[in-house]
Ligand binder design. Sequence first.
Ligand code: HEM
Ligand code: HEM
Length: 178
Amino acid sequence: MTGYRTPARLFHWIVALLVLATIPAGQIMIQDGLSRSVQNALFIFHKNVGVVILLVVLARLAYRQVVPPPPLPLSVPEWQRRVAGLTHAALYGLLIFMAVTGYLRVRAGGFPIEALDALGLPTFVPRSEALEAWAKAAHWWGRIALVAVIALHVAAAAWHGLVRRDGVMARIWPPVAR
Ligand code: HEM
Ligand code: HEM
């Protein structure tokens, strides 16, 4: 059975690693009692890696248009194919939503995004307290949805890989196709 090709696998694992680091960084950096230097480092990491995630996700979606995912094994029933498709669409959508609301929240608040500023890119968003407050709330709620969908996705992957052993995990792991 064939799996995803190497570029799709690398996209998947790069995004997975970055997202699984960005979520706890975001969560920790807003806690009280952190030293200023740790908090600053986490903010810089979180904001700039968030932008990288957006770029990699967009590149991955473009690649997916050119090289569509391989068909699932015939043993996977129709309803599970539908749930998998919806889950993957939700993951892509939520990652874009998180990156865009994060960007809006920071820019509307007048804060830096160090890598973009170093490249001399302009801010596309006016200063606005209302937009900042909206984007902050959207980012907060979005992460709850994202964490829930990731949990479902990882549970399904573990079930395929450890219980069913039906080859679904081998479609994306290892990161380089054999
Ligand atoms: C330990 C963590 C993870 C495991 C074991 C895992 C496993 C898998 C597997 C087995 C597939 C292939 C499903 C299929 O063949 O239809 C897949 C696809 C996918 N995964 Fe993950 N994943 C993990 C983490 C993540 C994370 C953190 C994200 C994003 C937040 C993510 C996003 C996706 C997406 C969007 C697809 C669909 C790929 C496509 O068809 O375009 N995964 N994952
Ligand atoms: C896919 C990418 C991203 C994920 C998964 C993510 C996730 C999170 C999480 C879990 C939190 C902590 C809870 C919260 O207050 O919402 C957070 C907070 C935050 N994120 Fe993100 N984020 C992403 C992208 C970005 C980007 C691109 C920026 C800015 C350029 C950003 C800026 C912020 C800021 C400023 C906070 C603190 C919110 C506050 O003031 O309470 N994030 N993020």
